[in-house]
Ligand binder design. Sequence first.
Ligand SMILES: *Cc1c(COP(=O)(O)O)cnc(C)c1O
Length: 390
Amino acid sequence: MTSQSVTPDVHFPVERLNSVETPCYYYDTRLLGDTLDAVNTAASHPAFRVHYAVKANTNPGILSRVAAAGLGADTVSIGEVEAAIEAGFPAGSIVFAGVGKTDREITRALRLGVGCLNVESAEELDAIVRIAAETGIKAPVALRINPEIDAHTHHYITTGLAENKFGIAISMLRPLMERCRDSQHLQFRGLHFHIGSQITDLTPYRLLCERINTLRQEYEDFDIPWINVGGGLGIDYDHPDIHPIPDFDSYFDVFARHLHLSPGQEVHFELGRSIVAQCGSLITRVTYVKQGVAKKFIIVDAGMTDLIRPALYQAHHKIDNITSAADAEEVYDVVGPVCESSDCFGRDERLPLTQRGDLLALRSAGAYGEVMASAYNCRHLPGSLFSDSF
Ligand SMILES: *Cc1c(COP(=O)(O)O)cnc(C)c1O
């Protein structure tokens, strides 16, 4: 053994990767398949329906594999709806959320036959009723509610608060529920919640269940066929080799134990990151190893344009040198070529002795990675490679 004690669980086909143009996203399809199996097993409760939150990664190779595993899709634009249908998700298994659906998007979604529009305001409901009347298509709708779960105790939660651009405040709910029930142009599907992202402590989900139970009592006079609890389950960015698959059993168990259901009622989930993050790595080549005054910098050919999470959210992706055979280690700052100081992937990273030409893998990059790439600085978009494609 070298002094690098953890061998990556994802097996990197170094020879193949050495011959592709970098930066490039590499997807381990075996891990993706194992993750999808784990989700399907953990969510085998007859009332549970899992949708994949498409915004996490819309690479057609990812979408088609997730569709083939039988999940539905959760989308936030008509472009995502169309990409999901193209990849093989049945239209009826697609839910369409988003605070700013345009008339054109609503019309097209109804014509395509999406399973549900998750409505985020009274104004949007007005537009949907008008368009449903015009097109003669009864619109399936759910109301997105802000469950007002205390953010102070759980600092990750940023989207479930009362005053927020997302969703409808509980205090404003009743007239909208009545409208959904009474309008001949609407088919009321149920209630939708989403409390935030990268949630690794399950307590907020238990609190969400309790909040939903209370709401259901308050709205006993309504038929609520679906409860959609959103997504947000987090992953272990620090230890992708120790926790390649999130603990889906514990996650779904919270809902099985704490959410009270009526007969026939379905629970819908919208998981994005937890399904696709660990199977993806951004492969990048070392352009220079630069000696500064007190520091050594590794300058790589990937930048914030290829993976923006570190620059945007101060996120950290584990960095592996997948070509160095050196026993000796060195401490480096790993930075990209883009003209922004935030274009930095890691400070004081301990890596095996690294040279120009080595390949680094930025791990856990399958979610909110490739899909957020931009052409800033006239840079080319990164390519992608699937482990079962060669
Ligand atoms: C982003 C989003 C999700 C998925 O979140 P993850 O943290 O990737 O699981 C689910 N539902 C809604 C409404 C979202 O906006």
